[in-house]
Design a binder for this molecule. Structure first.
Ligand code: MG
Length: 271
């Protein structure tokens, strides 16, 4: 199970050797599942990007948007405060999605993103507010999301990573955004992504009882996911974790400079 941000790329910058390393795993017949807490794009968009980068088909992609969507009932009314990928996953679940996350500038009210005929329905309230990674997150979105939660909606979040590694360094993650909604609404959030049960359940559906290794750059998410699945954890130093952060609070089975050097040790790891 391979993390994306900090393993395959940092922002728009590919990490040297990672594409070739995944190609090698697929050639050897390993099952490869990409598993990301980044909810800003759908699994199908992620898949296209990976294929565009030259990775041969034959892999699965699961995002935290897919994971949090499993917490939403079909037919429920959901305020989405994330990217397009989150709204897509929620709609695929059969929810009625009011997507304020994609608006730019942010709407002054949820009514602004509805058809006129639907405006009166806004007061009906929401069953769920779902927060995902969103670089356009602003005060107005915070205001609407907190009001909906105070009005009785559950507060769900794709993942609680407080940071993620991007092109220019470390940036605020979804956990930092949802912390603002928690503070403004006074209610705690329920997460869907790594290392939480909704994501673990989706992954178990794909891999069954096969043993494996989770490779990622983050002990709190990738390492804890490995623990939950009974997998080994391979930590790579191409993302949020540096050598100076070691040892981590979570068990680490192998530390590698990057994915390519970890895959070079594959035969030792599966023995
Ligand atoms: Mg990562």
């Amino acid at each position: 199970m391979l993390d994306l941000d900090g393993v395959m790329w940092r922002g728009a910058d590919p990490i040297d050797g990672s594409t070739e390393a995944v190609g090698e795993l697929l050639r050897l017949g390993d099952q490869v599942v990409f598993c990301t807490n980044n909810s800003s794009e759908s699994g199908s968009t992620r898949r296209m990007k990976l294929l565009d980068r030259g990775i041969p088909d034959g892999f699965d992609v699961v995002t935290s948007a897919d994971a949090v969507a499993t917490l939403v009932e079909s037919g429920s009314r959901v305020l989405s405060v994330g990217g397009a990928g989150l709204a897509e996953a929620l709609a695929a679940r059969g929810a009625e999605v009011i997507d304020i996350g994609a608006s730019n500038p942010a709407p002054q009210s949820a009514a602004e993103v509805l058809d006129p005929a639907e405006v009166l329905e806004v007061d009906r309230g929401f069953d769920d507010v779902v927060v995902g990674l969103n670089p356009r997150f602003d005060y107005q979105m915070l205001d609407l999301a907190a009001a909906a939660v105070r009005g009785g909606a559950r507060l769900l979040v794709s993942n609680t990573d407080t940071t993620y590694p991007g092109s220019g360094g470390i940036h605020p993650g979804t956990g930092s955004l949802v912390a603002a909604v928690e503070a403004a609404s006074g209610r705690p959030s329920t997460p869907g992504g790594k290392p939480n049960e909704p994501m673990a359940a989706l992954l178990r559906d794909i891999v069954g009882a096969a043993p494996g290794i989770v490779v990622g750059d983050n002990g709190d998410t990738d390492g804890r996911l490995a623990e939950k699945l009974g997998f080994r954890f391979g930590l790579v130093l191409t993302g949020v974790t540096q050598t100076s952060d070691l040892p981590l609070a979570v068990p680490v089975d192998v530390v590698a400079d990057d994915l390519a050097s970890l895959v070079a040790r594959r035969s030792e790891l599966i023995s």
